[in-house]
Design a protein around this ligand. Sequence first.
Ligand code: ZN
Length: 145
Amino acid sequence: MSVRLAHIGIAVRSIVDARIFYEEVLGLKVEKIEEIASEGVRVALLPFPGGEIELLEALDPDTPVGRFVAKHGEGLHHISFDVPDVRKAILAGIEHGVETVGEAPRPGAEGREIAFFHPLFTHGVLIEVAGPKNDAPVSHVHEQD
Ligand code: ZN
C-alpha cells in the first residue's frame, strides 16, 4: 500500500498564539482556517513540501481535542497519512487486531473517507488515514446501506 504523509496534527490551546512559532520561526504560512463543527474543532493548515502542520483548537472543552489538551496539555495529537483505500486499511487493521477510534470510515474534509487507529495499537500515536479526494455528490455514501 502506498502511503504519503498528509499532515501532522498538533493540539493547541490557541491557534492565534500557536501560529506565531510556526510562521515566524519556521517560516510556514497559515493557508486556511476552518471550523469542523462535527469534530468540535477549529483547524489551521500550514502546508510545507510533502505535508502540512494542522493546528487543532477545541471549540469546547467537552470535545476530543478539548479533552486531549485537558489531559496531556498541548502537543502531538495525530499523524495523518494519505492512503489509496481507507476501507482496505481498516480491514488490514482488523486482521492485526488494531482498533479504530469512533466510526470508521467516516466522512472527512474534501469528500474524503477517514479513519483513526487507536494509539494503544500504534505504539502511542493516534494515526489517521485519509482516502482520495472525492468531488462526486455525497449520495454515493449510501451505497453501502
Ligand atoms: Zn487530521
